[in-house]
Write a protein that binds this ligand. Structure first.
Ligand code: ZN
Length: 201
């Protein structure tokens, strides 16, 4: 007996179930919704998706997504803070928290852990150039508390040394009651790197 689902629909379900957070069940629901709302949903989705596919590129300066035929916000002159993150998802989290409203620099990853090869796929020299060109006053390193994230933060710190820019880092202390043995590597690494002098009484 032939399958009861049209080939096209089956294909669409397969693609949609590859999206994060979706399995075959929710993919089927989405596809049904699209088919039943061709004009209001399917059509604009197809058009928007085509636009994104054609026009959205990664800015070579700040790493953010931008429209291919317009200037990126990083080319604005007036900003004095840059927050450095590993990826776009991290930026969106910080943005939606509302805690910071300044500019971003998206590395697009981290350096491989510890004895790293210093590649510049991470747009680090572009960050240094931005700091110099815009006389940025503060760079906030918001890389994650993993070994890779912290290694990357230290590497960036090194690269920015000559610019004299103020560099700050998200606080990543030891969790209260956290036993060293059970800490993940990232927390431990961070705790060591940020250790302060012990005051005796
Ligand atoms: Zn940009």
């Amino acid at each position: 007996m032939a399958g009861t689902i049209a080939k096209e629909i089956e294909e669409l379900i397969k693609i949609i179930s590859k999206l994060p957070g979706l399995g075959p069940k929710s993919a089927k629901r989405i596809v049904l919704k699209l088919i039943n709302n061709r004009e209001e949903l399917a059509k604009p989705l197809v058009n928007t998706l085509a636009q994104v596919y054609k026009n959205v590129i990664r800015c070579k300066v700040c790493g953010n997504f931008k429209s291919a035929n317009s200037n990126c916000t990083c080319s604005n002159k007036n900003y004095d803070q840059i927050c450095v993150v590993e990826n776009i998802a991290d930026m969106w989290v910080i943005q939606s928290s509302g805690i910071y409203k300044g500019h971003y620099h998206i590395l697009g990853g981290t350096l491989p852990s510890l004895e790293s090869k210093k590649n510049d796929e991470l747009l680090v020299s572009s960050l240094v150039a931005r700091v110099k060109k815009n006389s940025v006053k503060e760079v906030i390193l918001a890389t994650s508390a993993t070994i890779e994230g912290q290694t990357t933060a230290h590497y960036i710190q090194d690269c920015l040394k000559d610019t004299k820019v103020k560099i700050s880092k998200l606080a990543q202390g030891l969790p209260v009651g956290g036993e060293i043995e059970f800490l993940d590597d990232g927390t431990l690494f961070s705790a060591f790197k940020n250790r302060g002098p012990v005051v005796s009484d």
